[in-house]
Every structure is written in structure tokens, then in C-alpha cells.
Design a protein around this ligand. Structure first.
Ligand code: GLO
Ligand code: MG
Length: 344
């Protein structure tokens, strides 16, 4: 069973180039103008933060939020685009300085849960049941700042509140070991899947694996994917690349390590990723040095690299691989894979 692949990205992947040491270097592109670029780049799915769809949502009533989100849905329909998921942006508000769900202050935790419910309202209005939780600030800078048992319990409380709020939503947890925090409570996909077991609806808690996040945890992304696939929990991916253990680089997929990228494409293809409607998300950023007129190439390139690696993977002689595995001739197997990548 091969994979069925369709591709998505979020408006934040068309980026002004600001970094912690310098301002933006490219003009901002309005959200509606970004939407026009999706099809040109070969993408059909849009990933959202709640406030990508409804800016300034904290100042609006629930009814206003839903009506603004419905207008965005009409814009998507008009362009033949589909919303893949909505993620509550919990990391920018002053009330989430020390985390949203794991803040030590109960009032601030309440804010985070209420905001997540509005995010669910937006998802429903955009026509998707998928919620992504990147637990950006659910962690600490110093070990003594929070209680780690309590932190996990508080995250579960928030998950449960969301599951109870709407009977159809599915939550995909995007694990990441660090950045912006020193340590997070949900660093890997095993942690994410385990959280679901503490709720009353584990069948509605799944995972989104980002290549760079697995690498930052010192793990191989395709093995993380394999773990989630074995649990039937790989509901989305954020493919990209990463040059060593630095900040989260969000490089073009496959641009650092083609073989590592091949293994990700391969496991997705071999286990039929996409057959239940899963999307291939590309969470990539253009280099800061890229001129504005060519600042979307990273997206089209990431998709092209994925498709080229898919062709390489499908051209491999599976019987030969099985035979080399049986003979335990891994040197020959390695040379076979490298040869395929070099087209030699
Ligand atoms: C940052 C994350 C971020 C999320 C996005 C969706 O490290 O990868 O880009 O994927 O906010 O929740
Ligand atoms: Mg991501």
C-alpha cells in the first residue's frame, strides 16, 4: 500500500525574515495574498493558527469570531483550498509568559483553555476537526520553577476540556524538546501519545511529527514516524531539515541530509500515509538572505524534493533489500541506498 500525498503549509511559512538579532528584511504579505500563492506553488491545504484566521480574536466575542472564520472559509472555498488544522497560538500573549496550560497561576491557565475553545470554534467554522497543539511554553527555564507531575496533569486537564467541548475534534500534539523553553514537558512523540492515555478519549489524541523537532531531541525523524505509525497516531507531519543541534532552523526539506529525508518519505509511503486524509505539511522558512521576489522557493522546492525522493524510494528493489537484510550485509545495503540517491 503506497502513500497518497497532498501538501499543506501555514501562512507563517511565507516569512519576513526577522530573527532574534535583526528586523524583518522582506515586506509582509497580506493573508489573502498569501492564499493566492498556494495553488501556484502546488499546495492545496492551509494550516492555521487561530489568529491567522481571526486576527485580534481576543478582542472579539465568540459570535464575531465564528462569523469572521466563516468569511475565511468562503475565501478558501473560492480558491479551492482546504483547511488542514487550526492551532491555538498560546505563546505570544502576556498571559502565557510562563506557559499556557502549565502556568502556575490558575487564572492564566483558564485563559489558555478558553482561548483553546475559541480555536475549536474557528476550526469548526473553517470546516476541519483537526486541532494542533504545539506546546511552545509548556516547560521551564529552571527545573525548580514548576512541578513536573502537576504540569503533565495540567496539560491533560486542558486536553480533556477541549475533548469535552466538542465531540468530534481530534487533537494532534506537535512535540518539541526545547525552544523557546529550555526543557518542555512533551519533548518526543512517545510523550505525546502517552498523554492521550490519561484522557477519556485517547482515540482522539494523535501526533504531528516535525523533522527538526525530532532532530533537536537527538532522534531520527523516520524512527519517530515509525513509532507513531505503529500506534496509528501519525495524523500529520511537518517536514523540514536541520543542520545539527542548533535553534529550530526549518530548512528546506532534504536540504541538509538527503538520505535522512529519503527515509522519512519512505516510511510514509510504505505505511500508506495519506490514505485517511492526512496531509504532508512543510514547516519550512526561506533563508533570511532571500530576496522578496523569490522568497517562496523553499516551499515549492521542499515539495519537489519530497516527490523526487518518492520516485527514488519507489525505484528501490525491495527483494534485494530483503535479501541484504537476511544476509546481514549492511555495508552493501548502505552502498545500494547511496547509489540510488546518486543515481549511479
Ligand atoms: C515551531 C513549530 C510551529 C508550529 C506551528 C503550528 O517550532 O514548528 O511552527 O508548527 O505553530 O502549531
Ligand atoms: Mg511545526
Amino acid at each position: 500500500m503506497g502513500g497518497t500525498f497532498r501538501f499543506s503549509f501555514g501562512p507563517w511559512n511565507i516569512h519576513e525574515g526577522a530573527d532574534p538579532f535583526g528586523p524583518q528584511v522582506r515586506e509582509s504579505i497580506a493573508f489573502n495574498d498569501k492564499l493566492k500563492i498556494y495553488k501556484e506553488l502546488g499546495f492545496d491545504g492551509v494550516q492555521f493558527h487561530d489568529d491567522d484566521a481571526v486576527p485580534e480574536m481576543n478582542k472579539l466575542s465568540q459570535t464575531q469570531i465564528i462569523s469572521e472564520a466563516k468569511a475565511v472559509k468562503a475565501g478558501l472555498d473560492d480558491k479551492g483550498l482546504t483547511a488542514e488544522f487550526v492551532a491555538p497560538r498560546l505563546w505570544e500573549d502576556p498571559r502565557t509568559i510562563d506557559g499556557g496550560y502549565t502556568s502556575n497561576d490558575p487564572k492564566l491557565r483558564e485563559y489558555a483553555i478558553e482561548r483553546s475553545k475559541r480555536c475549536i470554534d474557528i476550526a469548526k467554522a473553517l470546516g476541519t476537526d483537526n486541532i494542533v497543539l504545539w506546546l511552545a511554553r509548556e516547560g521551564t527555564y529552571i527545573r525548580e520553577a514548576k512541578d513536573s507531575v502537576g504540569a503533565v496533569e495540567k496539560i491533560v486537564e486542558a486536553l480533556q476540556a477541549m475533548l469535552d467541548y466538542d465531540p468530534d475534534i481530534r487533537i494532534m500534539i506537535e512535540s518539541k524538546p526545547n525552544e523557546p523553553m529550555d526543557h518542555t514537558y512533551i519533548p518526543t512523540i512517545g510523550h505525546a501519545i502517552g498523554l492521550g492515555l490519561l484522557t477519556t478519549a485517547p482515540e482522539r489524541i494523535g501526533a504531528l511529527i516535525e523533522s527538526a523537532h525530532a532532530l533537536l531531541a537527538g532522534l531520527d525523524p523516520s524512527d519517530e514516524m515509525g513509532y507513531a505509525l505503529a500506534h496509528k497516531k501519525l495524523w500529520s507531519v511537518h517536514l523540514n531539515d536541520q543542520n545539527g543541534l542548533k535553534f529550530d532552523q526549518d530548512k528546506t526539506f532534504g536540504s541538509v541530509d538527503l538520505r535522512r529525508a529519503l527515509n522519512q518519505v519512505r516510511i510514509l509511503d510504505q505505511y500508506g500515509f495519506g490514505s485517511n486524509g492526512e496531509w504532508v505539511g512543510l514547516d519550512v522558512k526561506a533563508m533570511r538572505s532571500q530576496k522578496a521576489e523569490v522568497a517562496c522557493k523553499h516551499l515549492a522546492n521542499s515539495k519537489n524534493i519530497f516527490l523526487k525522493l518518492l520516485a527514488v524510494s519507489r525505484s528501490l528493489d525491495e527483494a534485494k533489500i530483503e535479501q541484504l537484510r537476511a544476509e546481514r550485509d549492511y555495508e552493501e545495503l548502505e552502498m545500494y541506498i547511496i547509489g540510488a540517491l546518486l543515481n549511479k
